[in-house]
Each structure stands twice: as C-alpha cells, then as structure tokens.
Design a protein around this ligand. Structure first.
Ligand SMILES: *Cc1c(COP(=O)(O)O)cnc(C)c1O
Length: 462
C-alpha cells in the first residue's frame, strides 16, 4: 500500500515513510492511495477474532509486507497487552437501543491509548531498524499527551516533547503527563489554548529545514497510523454485537474534536463496514456541527467546556474528509485549504451539503446538557459517563429514533474528569492507578506561546 497527500504534491510513500512524515511535506495530510475493501465474507470470517488478531488483519491491509508479519504481530500484541480488559474495547449494553463502546481500558484511561500504544511501539521498531533517534513533538488538549508519553517513556532511541495549554487540562490529565520522570520526556506548559499549541506544532512541522534537522515526528491525529489503529474498534464493536445476534444496522455516535476518531469511523465505512448513521457529536466548540448542518467551516469563539479534549476550533483531520468529499481531487482540496488560510472559512456549495449530510448527522452539546446526560444515565442506568462520552450519548438521544441501535464511543474513564462530574453531586472512587498520581512530583516547564520560545526549548532538549 502506498500513501499520497491530500494536496497531491508528495510522491507516493510506503507505510513507514508515511508514518515518519506525519504532516505531508506539501502541507496536506497523507491518505492511502486506495481504501482497501472488506467484503461481507471477510467480515464474517473475522467474527471470532480477538482484538489483537483483528488489528493484525486490518493493519496488514494497510501495511502489506513492509513490516514482516511476525514483527507486526509482536507490535500488535505488545500494544494491546497493556490493556486492563481482555476484550481491549468491550461493548456494554445500556438499553435496547444504546451500547457503549468502552475505549478507555489502556494505561492512561482514554481512547488515545489504542492508537498511541501502537504508534509508540512502531516508532521504537523504526528507530531500531534505521538505527536513528526519533524526536517526537506533539500538542495535546489533555489526553494525547499522557497517552503518547506513556507509549514511549523510557524507550531507547526516542525523545518526546509535549505542549499542553497551561491550566486548561484536567488535574488528572496534567498529573498523568507531568509525573513521568523518564529523561526522554519534556512537558511544556504553554500560555494559550490548545489551538495555539496545535498551530505552533503545525508551523514547526511546516518549517521543513527545522523538521529535517531534528527528524521531527508527529503523534497528533494527523498521523495516519492513528487513524488506522482507530478503525479497528469500529469493526470489533460491530462484530461483537453481530455475534450476540444484533442484526439492526448500527449507528455509531462519536464525540469528536479534531475529526480524528470520527474520520476513522468514516474510513471503516468506506472499507465496507455496514454502519448506519455516523453521528458527529461536538461540545459548544461546534465548528463541525455547523459544517455538517450548514455547509460552512469557520472557527467560532473558543469556549471552555466540561469536555476539554474536544475544545477545538480547527479540526486537523477535516482535510482528509474534504479530500473524499471532493472525489479525491487534490487540486480542489488545495484550493479550499488555501481559501481557508486567506479567508478564514470554507463554504461548501449547496449541492454538496447533501453528501455531507448523508455521511454524518451532527449535534453540538451544550455544557448543561452534557452534565444533565451524566446525571440522567447515572440515575437511570447506574452507568457513569465521562463528559466526552456524554456528548456522544446526548447526540445519539437527539438524532436517533425508536428501534435504532447505536454504539456510543466512550473515549475516557469518568475518573479523568471528576471536576465536572462532581457538579452533579456524583462521587466516584478513583481507580488505584489514578489515585496514586496525586502527591507525586511534577516535571513541566512554563513557556510563552511563540514559535521562537518553543523552538529554543526544543533545541536545548533534543
Ligand atoms: C481526543 C479526545 C476526543 C476527540 O477525539 P478526536 O480524534 O479529536 O476526534 C474525545 N474524547 C476524548 C476523551 C479525547 O481524549
């Protein structure tokens, strides 16, 4: 399988080179040259596979023989062997119409572990194969940082620097990142929002001389490996429910910020997974909801919410969807992204909005509605949703009808967002791994939000 850029100016690359490139050198995002197709017979044959076996099958479609099968199998087993649940991503029944796909059983209690445990092991493999140091640079709205750090801490041949918006991540998220004391980890607390952090990273990666000097590598969801790893659980959830005799077409409801997780669902659908509605749930930072419902992609005012990992105005994976929406035409994508840079918005012609609305249903959840959903589901079903998951569940409640079956993706364990959950008077006990973080010494450096300040820190660290 080869990978090409959404903007068409990068010669086709193999899988490993695509992972290493992260953001495409022409400013676009890498996508597979052709989306592999999974037919009904294959899908049925996959029904009895474990999570790791299924992941191996799906990755093989995208990697071919670039990584020898036994090596790839070892990478997959190492990545998912760290999960606390034997099913890796178990599905829980809430009621006849709603299931929750728990994606938070990895080391940092958020769904990011599913992709980043794998990517961390992949980077360690590449470092060893090429005998070179890998410098990872990433920005986080909270969960990616902890998860990426956990994926590579102490690993030989890898250094990692993570930017987070100072004071704008939850306490547990901050502790998970900053209590790591391995020498290959640097945490920078940046004055600014997550969008500022993400923009700085994007600009540093676009500075090709700087990127090449340090062999900078990405862990943000612009990295195609993350998207691929996330397609697996859509298949796995579908297969688990199919095994249980569920024959309705399943909707998936996905709390999204950077369009990463929902794009993985879109890709699974393009691969042939028979998904019903793909529900795009946002919080009050609702650029994606407005895009689906009105056809205008334009950042609004930043809002702090109970689901900070979705407090995002510019969704970095959105360009991948545009690419498919415009029939895989890199000229059109370049034009639209150019327009976004110069005019600050993209407007989709009305004849194309129909396609967008066939691909997604969207709903933006208000802060109170998010908390009410947590309170209601706790009272009614004795199931505690984290605020991100609650956005997906609230959107599903809005956008589905009696008789439909929806799988709501649960992207974090509620213990990560206790500050918000307490607002509804709910007390929870922390899992012991989270409780143990409090009181540990923290390691982070406060920095201003300019590219120059960040560059100076990186030059010192790398
Ligand atoms: C990152 C994250 C999201 C959003 O994922 P995207 O890939 O940005 O769509 C949702 N919930 C949680 C808990 C997250 O950490």
């Amino acid at each position: 399988m080869e990978y090409i850029s959404t903007r068409g100016q990068v010669a086709p690359l193999g899988f490993i080179d695509a992972i290493l490139m992260g953001l495409a050198d022409d400013g676009g995002l890498l996508v597979p040259m052709a989306v592999p197709q999974v037919d009904a017979a294959t899908l049925q044959a996959w029904g009895k596979l474990t999570y790791a076996e299924l992941a191996l099958e799906i990755f093989t479609l995208y990697i071919g023989d670039e990584i020898p099968k036994d090596e790839l199998q070892r990478l997959v087993e190492d990545s998912y062997g760290t999960f606390r649940d034997a099913d890796v991503t178990p599905v829980r029944r809430i009621n006849n119409g709603l299931y929750v796909l728990e994606l938070f059983h990895g080391p940092t209690f958020a769904f990011k572990d599913i992709a980043l445990q794998f990517l961390g092991n992949l980077y360690a493999y590449v470092s060893k194969q090429t005998n070179s140091i890998i410098h990872i640079l990433g920005a986080t709205s909270g969960d990616t940082g902890a998860s990426a750090i956990e994926g590579v801490r102490g690993k030989e041949g890898i250094r990692i620097c993570i930017l987070h918006p100072s004071g704008k991540v939850s306490k547990v998220q901050e502790l998970q990142m900053t209590t790591v004391d391995d020498a290959n980890v640097l945490n920078l607390a940046v004055d600014g929002t997550f969008d500022d952090c993400q923009r700085i990273i994007k600009e540093l990666f676009a500075d090709v001389a700087f990127k090449h000097k340090y062999h900078l590598r990405a862990i943000n969801s612009i990295n195609i490996a993350r998207i691929l790893a996330q397609t697996v659980y859509y298949f796995y959830a579908y297969l688990q429910l199919a095994q249980q005799g569920q024959s309705e077409r399943m909707n998936f409801s996905v709390p999204t910020g950077n369009f990463g997780d929902i794009f993985a669902g879109y890709l699974a659908k393009r691969m042939g997974l028979p998904i019903g509605k793909l529900i795009l749930a946002t919080n009050e930072n609702n650029i994606l909801e407005r895009f689906v419902n009105e056809g205008v992609y334009q950042p609004g005012e930043f809002r702090g919410t109970h689901s900070p990992s979705m407090d995002i105005q510019v969704a970095s994976n959105f360009e991948r969807y545009l690419y498919y929406l415009y029939g895989e035409d890199p000229v059109e994508v370049s034009r639209l992204m150019g327009q976004f840079t110069t005019e600050g918005s993209i407007v989709i012609p009305s004849d194309r909005i129909g396609q967008v609305q066939a691909d997604f249903a969207a709903y933006g959840v208000k802060n109170d509605e998010c908390l009410d959903t947590i309170g209601d589901y706790f009272a009614k079903y004795d199931y505690l949703l984290d605020p991100h998951t609650a956005c997906g569940v609230a959107a599903s409640d809005r956008l589905t009808e009696e008789g439909e079956v929806t799988v709501a993706l649960s992207t974090a364990h509620p213990a990560k967002f206790d500050e918000s959950i307490r607002l509804r008077g709910i007390e929870q006990t922390y899992p012991e791994q989270i409780g143990a973080l409090f009181g540990k010494p923290q390691h982070q450096k406060q920095v201003g939000g300019s590219n120059a300040a960040i560059k100076a820190e990186l030059e010192r660290f790398f």
